[in-house]
Design a protein around this ligand. Structure first.
Ligand code: F6R
Length: 352
């Protein structure tokens, strides 16, 4: 059942702290600052190609960045596009990110890779799923069953699992810092669930013409996911952009009736640049909702702030996404949508 929640989606959003603890359990040695997962250390691939669809594709974009940050060439592909022109694989590992393990597009991309002799891995939630059975390796995200059609806790668990995967297969100087941030993540997600003012933001903007989401680096996939969730469950126009792309066209769409959700963390180069993009939006009278840890000046240009704790940007992505899940949920709820079964969508897509 829904354990007292109005919808499975809300229940699953609230299950995230537990899901993330399950994902981390027994896989991290905080004292040593290492991730010890049998199997993984021996893999040390020369490159990684991710294939995935929808929300899982957003996780894959994030995953590819994790590997690139560790000096390993990595790229994320939309599974449905991968097979149309399979890229040179060489010694790369091909990783299918698929919650269900049954998505036809992803299975067929993995099969195309295998046919060319590639080693494959499934990052999945379902033990015994087709992807888990067909791939050489399976890495489980351990989110527990997800009933709501809109992926929520499984996205957070995918991001967490991909961090473990990257830490387990590569050497990065940041390992200790990332591990600490992952350890703190379940508690930080809980704090956002308890304190987020997402409902107030939803009430303010429920009748907007469209919703835009921007972020860069690890926050770019979060922007895409924020928009996808909004589309799926509210049926409103929503788009996610890399912050830097806004001025290359999408800015023409921005009006005083299109709130822009900007994820800005830290006070470095990336934050400074995204702040510049936020000023461009604000100058065109669009409402700005900043999802931020307050380290940059972005709050000065924001109409609303969804607060994040100071943490590693990789963990901040999960936390920012939690706020955005709640905003979409509350907009959909105010509009009276069928949140757990949005029109035209199915939980598992088994046709190409
Ligand atoms: C969005 C959503 C879909 C899935 C996509 C891939 O909320 O659920 O976009 O992410 O269909 O599904 P899996 O991960 O099962 O391969």
């Amino acid at each position: 059942g829904k354990s007292g929640y109005d919808h499975f989606m809300l229940k699953e959003i609230h299950e995230q702290p537990r899901a993330l603890r399950q994902c981390l359990r027994g896989r991290v040695d905080e004292m040593a600052g290492t991730v010890d997962i049998e199997d993984l250390a021996d893999l040390s691939p020369s490159g990684v190609q991710f294939v995935a669809c929808g929300t899982s594709y957003h996780a894959a974009l994030y995953g590819a960045q994790l590997f690139r940050d560790a000096g390993i060439p990595a790229q994320a592909f939309l599974a449905s596009e991968y097979a149309t022109a399979v890229p040179p694989i060489g010694e790369a590992l091909v990783v299918g990110v698929t919650q269900s393990g049954e998505t036809a597009d992803t299975l067929s991309a993995l099969r195309a890779a295998r046919k060319r002799g590639a080693r494959t891995m499934a990052v999945t939630n379902v033990v015994g799923s087709t992807a888990a059975r067909e791939c050489d390796h399976a890495f489980y995200i351990r989110a527990g069953p997800e009933i709501g059609v809109a992926a929520t806790k499984t996205f957070s668990s995918q991001l967490t699992a991909l961090n473990l995967l990257a830490l387990g297969m590569t050497n990065t100087q940041e390992a200790r810092e990332v591990i600490t941030a992952l350890r703190e993540l379940p508690g930080n997600v809980q704090r956002i669930l308890d304190e987020s003012n997402a409902e107030e933001v939803a009430e303010t903007y429920e009748h907007s013409d469209a919703y835009f989401f921007i972020g860069r680096g690890y926050q770019f996939p979060v922007a895409l996911e924020g928009a996808l969730k909004m589309k799926e469950i509210t049926y409103k126009h929503a788009e996610g952009f890399a912050s830097g792309e806004l001025k290359h066209g999408p800015l023409a769409l921005v009006t005083q009736n299109t709130p822009v959700f900007a994820v800005v963390t830290g006070d470095g180069e990336q934050a400074r640049k995204t702040l510049g993009n936020v000023k461009e939006v604000e100058a065109r009278d669009a409402p700005v909702v900043a999802i931020t840890d307050g380290q940059s000046e972005v709050e000065r240009y924001a109409d609303h702030v969804l607060e994040l704790p100071e943490t590693h940007p990789r963990a901040a992505a999960v936390l920012a996404n939690t706020h955005l899940q709640l905003v979409s949920y509350h907009v959909a709820s105010l509009l009276g949508r069928n949140i757990d079964k949005p029109r035209n969508l199915a939980k598992s897509v088994t046709v190409e």
